[in-house]
Design a protein around this ligand. Structure first.
Ligand code: KG4
Ligand code: ZN
Length: 346
């Protein structure tokens, strides 16, 4: 196979199991999603108010083969027609990651296909390439998920510089914790997003944290405490809490900080393209605020459809394509790395 043919015909079977979604997808040439199967375990974990790692791992084991089979069937491809098998190898819950990694290794070994391990956050960033065919590095990307909040300069495919990160809670984590505190339950992000449509974002003045020694870093634990203090105060004074107002005011505080820090970096680094990624990127208020801010700055704004913001395997297939093109292949000793840093090689 010459290089040109190889680049034109790369079909990747990708697997994602880092948290509570069991997912598999087939992606062609790093842009075309031929199938995207997601089995969400959300209902199972809702009972416990959050993801229970042991339950997630067990469910992944039950579902992984069905999900992979469906991804191949939906793409109309046999395993023989696949170029390589890719899998999220970190970061994430170790037991959950291990299911995907073991399945990918077994499939790749049995089918005689190369194996490519992918960084989960790299996958989130690459989700932007699926529907935005004109998007190419360099660009600035805000990655906001349940476990991460990063402001990343995407210098080239697979080449990242982290400009800022959260000092404590991730943005999604803050959404989930506040949602629980105001009685919305799990998963908090989508529920706060919906409920806040009925609330007044200016009703309660929650704090916006500024980090003195790095203007691009984030901190959300003070905001979370402020919400809890507000709720306790209301309870002590016998004041009825307006759930929608708390949700809207909290969300506005998160969105304001994310937008402000992002635009600070846009100006400082002089980029002309800005993208958002991760589960929180599906938040309708954040999307609208970033779009508006990018318009004001004269910067093109990119975001994936909500289905490619939250965990999915298509984004892993896109990231794997660029790794594959660079010649990255992993051995049968590929392991799950729960705290894998962006840019670290496994
Ligand atoms: O990227 P993701 O699916 O998983 C991780 O890699 O963590 O992100 C999940 C996070 C959860 O915290 C969830 O509450 C949040 O994304 N999320 C949202 C929305 N949809 C999901 N947060 C705010 N607004 C949403 N619409
Ligand atoms: Zn994720």
């Amino acid at each position: 196979m010459n290089t040109k043919e190889e680049i034109r015909d790369v079909r990747i079977l990708a697997i994602e199991s880092s948290c509570d979604e069991t997912a598999a997808a087939v992606v062609e040439n790093g842009r075309d999603v031929l199938s995207n199967v997601i089995y969400s375990q959300i209902d199972l974990h809702t009972l416990y108010g959050g993801v229970v790692p042991e339950i997630a791992s067990r469910k992944h084991i039950e579902k992984i083969n069905q999900v992979v089979k469906k991804a191949l069937a939906d793409a109309g491809l046999s395993l023989e027609e696949i170029t390589a098998v890719a899998v999220t190898c970190g970061p994430g819950l170790v037991g959950a990651l291990l299911v995907g990694v073991s399945a990918a290794k077994a499939i790749a070994f049995a089918a005689g296909k190369p194996l490519v391990g992918v960084h989960h956050i790299e996958g989130h960033i690459c989700a932007n390439f699926i529907e935005n065919r004109d998007l190419e590095p360099p660009f600035l990307c805000l990655v906001v998920s349940g476990g991460h909040s990063h402001l990343v300069m995407v210098k080239d495919y697979g080449e990242y510089e982290i400009l800022g990160r959260t000092r404590d809670d991730a943005a999604g984590e803050a959404f989930d914790k506040v949602a629980r505190a105001i009685g919305l339950g799990y998963p908090g992000g989508p529920k706060i997003d919906r409920v806040s449509d009925q609330g007044d974002p200016e009703a309660i003045a929650f704090p916006r944290a500024k980090i003195v020694d790095n203007v691009y870093d984030f901190s959300f634990s003070g905001l979370k405490s402020a919400v809890l203090n507000y709720l306790n105060g209301c309870q002590m004074k016998g004041i009825e809490v307006n759930q929608a107002d708390v949700a809207a005011s909290f969300q506005k505080a998160v969105v304001d900080v994310l937008v402000e820090h992002s635009m600070e970096a846009v100006r400082r680094y002089g980029v002309d393209r800005f993208a958002v990624a991760g589960g929180v990127a599906s938040n309708s208020h954040l999307r609208a605020a970033l779009e508006e801010a990018c318009r004001e700055q004269g910067v093109r704004f990119y975001r994936p459809s909500p289905v490619y913001c939250t965990d999915n395997a298509a984004m892993i297939g896109v990231a794997a394509y660029h790794e594959y093109r660079k010649g990255v292949r992993h051995g049968w000793d590929l392991n799950a790395v729960p705290n894998l840093k962006l840019g670290d090689r496994v």
